[in-house]
Design a protein around this ligand. Sequence first.
Ligand code: AMP
Length: 288
Amino acid sequence: MMEMKKPTLITSWYEIRAEAVQARKQNLKVGLVPTMGALHEGHLSLVRTARDYCDVTIATIFVNPTQFGPHEDLNKYPRTLDDDLARLGALEVDFAYAPSKEELYPEGFSTFVEPPSVAKRFEGECRPGHFRGVTTIVLKLLNIIPAHIAFFGQKDYQQCRVIQSMAQDLNVPTLIQLCPTVRDPDGLALSSRNQYLSTAERTQALSISKSLDDAEGEVSRGQTDMRRIVDRMRNTLEAAGIEKIDYVDIADAQTLEPVAQLQNDAVALIAAHVGITRLIDNRILSHR
Ligand code: AMP
């Protein structure tokens, strides 16, 4: 690989804060891209968008322990800091903030953000405590780094709505920008967890994006009965051999409450286990 300038790596919260404050004083627009590392093209698309909109781009790399449940994959979550820095360097990211766990959750840490109502269903039901960890870490990052815009991927649609809602309710002045999901050419949404899929599992996993394609197709042909579409989506997943479906549903795109008839924009949401890998994906169904 060609030698690239790596971003300045910072691990202390007051140092990265000082850099962001300094940039703002110089009237530079600051963009923030929070990640858990193991960067792939999905993350990098957020970084590119941040580079397009902002003068100074800060990517954060932190595997946030408070958003993992006791039986989830915190310990085996991939950690690839050197590769991540090289990838960020290739995109000329200015700063990478990669704090230790102790830096953000020191001894005695005990304050958490109660997530908004859009966190109640779906991931909120399947992963108790997950969004409480997400809102807490994202608010901490937004307090540390006073960015003009923070970039999040539609891949985690409910997470985006949770963060937007939190930012609105708690008067966070940063704009929360949603960016499109990046997929492999076969349609599978990029995820750090895809690397665990065998070839056969990958084929099964493709039924997730396929069922979302079908849902979108039905809506564009005028179907307004969302329950029929949900049944079809479930059938597609089951026909592919996916046995453990956490949820497959269509909800209002704003409130994330399930909808029977398409009246406003909606979102089709899926979480399913393929082998031991849990995958999520979604598609906005626009109401025209
Ligand atoms: P993570 O490292 O999984 O916490 O993801 C960090 C950010 O990257 C989140 O805003 C994700 O929604 C976003 N992201 C992850 N995968 C994708 C993807 N395939 N396309 C677009 N954004 C993504």
